[in-house]
Write a protein that binds this ligand. Sequence first.
Ligand SMILES: [Zn+2]
Length: 99
Amino acid sequence: MHAICCETGRKLGEQFAEAARLYAEAVVVLTSHHANVSCDKYIQLRAAVEEARKRSESLGIAYEEHVESHRRGGETFRTGPAKATHKGPPGSDNDPHVN
Ligand SMILES: [Zn+2]
């Protein structure tokens, strides 16, 4: 099983990891200043955490969908070129009147 299958998948994975890291950092900032943060600042930090969470979540979904598209695409790829190999007119090499 190769989850990281192509350049797009690799980039999506990096973006997802980065977004998740920023989310984790935002949570650390929010919770570590818990005791001496002003109400306004708390609301600001809380909004930043929420933004980072949404971003990491949507990138996680995009990454999953990409991996899933490869699983479906892999099946199409197996049946796709098989049809394209038979390009000659049907029955042409069985015709007794040729030659
Ligand atoms: Zn891929």
